[in-house]
Design a protein around this ligand. Structure first.
Ligand SMILES: Cc1cc2nc3c(=O)[nH]c(=O)nc-3n(C[C@H](O)[C@H](O)[C@H](O)COP(=O)(O)OP(=O)(O)OC[C@H]3O[C@@H](n4cnc5c(N)ncnc54)[C@H](O)[C@@H]3O)c2cc1C
Length: 303
């Protein structure tokens, strides 16, 4: 792999911002992560295709990052290229009861546009940080409602394959998972929504946000829920029952407000978070015989 060749071919040549060695802590809501060898913010489809071609030719591994609100990055950073989607992927349009938007659109903007267009179906996403691309990759939502159930279709690309439009029914939407391939980049999605009364939609959004404010640590660096809820159980309750609320390691602490959230309280490193996660997993397994599965995605922990 030649990172230098990749950098030279990408830098300045395309509609993209190309950065070397920028700490990923600047691009994650947990504010943790060492430097990425390369970061490319591709502002157009052409720039993205060129980036993928160069990276394939130079055998540079890559990963897509949205707003980093569901990611734990290694303190050593990422040996490869982190691709973010820029300007052209942040467009949004409304036609009748459908909204189409690029993967870089903020989820909050999508939900807000649905509200102002008196369209219902996305309220459960209100308050979830990040981009539409990240929300689709994670099938983000609440326990009972998730983004995949409002999708009509998703436009994706893979290295060397051009644009592919996938119908929602061809995608398996699981609990915090969707059947996109690891090298598939989500570019755009269309949502089929239902006409609704604006005040009722707003009231539902407000109620959900109120509950979120009461139960979650907001305005502090976190990556949301660390583990997935086991079937018919609340992971927060299981962790709390182990007496772990408020437990800390280095600069990281299990939130006193919600035991499934880890807060970067004081310059935490990824190892602090991993160590707390291990304690949570071991304690819950010992007390309840349940193996917790991470919801947070790991970046840069490989060889
Ligand atoms: C305070 C807080 C509250 C949260 N509450 C919730 C909640 O209630 N429900 C919930 O589901 N989540 C919640 N989350 C988690 C997170 O916000 C969501 O998963 C969000 O949708 C991730 O979007 P992102 O752009 O930040 O994705 P990232 O964190 O950047 O990426 C997440 C994954 O998606 C992949 N990805 C991102 N963009 C693309 C793309 N264009 N193509 C292909 N793959 C892509 C990445 O490679 C990565 O694997 C919360 C997080 C925080 C910090």
């Amino acid at each position: 792999m030649s990172m230098f060749n990749a950098y030279m071919q990408l830098s300045g040549a395309i509609d993209a911002d190309v950065l070397r060695g920028e700490p990923l802590s600047r691009r994650t809501t947990l504010r943790i992560g060492g430097p990425a060898d390369l970061i490319v913010v591709a502002h157009s489809y052409t720039a993205l295709v060129h980036t993928l071609d160069v990276l394939a030719h130079e055998r540079v591994p890559w990963v897509i990052l949205g707003k980093g609100s569901n990611v734990l990055c290694s303190d050593r950073g990422y040996r490869g290229c982190v691709i973010c989607l820029g300007r052209e992927f942040a467009r949004l349009s409304v036609e009748d009861t459908a909204i189409t938007c690029g993967a870089a659109t903020l989820t909050s903007k999508l939900v807000n546009r649905a509200l102002t267009s008196s369209l219902s179906g996305l309220e459960a996403l209100w308050g979830i940080p990040g981009t539409v691309g990240g929300a689709l990759a994670m099938n983000a939502g609440s326990r009972d409602e998730w983004i995949g159930s409002s999708v009509r279709d998703v436009v994706v690309t893979r290295p060397g394959e051009g644009l592919v439009r996938r119908k929602a029914s061809d995608i398996i939407w699981g609990y915090r998972s969707a059947s996109f391939a690891p090298d598939e980049v989500i570019l755009e999605a269309t949502f089929d929504l239902v006409p609704g009364e604006k005040d009722a939609i707003a009231r539902r959004m407000e109620a959900l946000l109120k509950r979120r404010k009461l139960t979650q640590p907001l305005g502090v660096p976190t990556c949301g829920s660390v583990f997935k809820n086991p079937k018919d159980r609340s992971v927060g309750t299981l962790i709390e029952a182990c007496g772990l609320k408020g437990a800390s390691c280095g600069g990281a602490r299990i939130s006193a407000r919600h035991a499934n959230f880890i807060v970067n309280e004081n310059g935490a490193c990824a190892d602090d978070v991993c160590s707390l996660m291990k304690t949570m997993q071991e304690s819950v397994y010992e007390a309840h015989g349940i193996a917790l599965e991470p919801e947070v995605r790991f970046l840069g922990f490989g060889a």
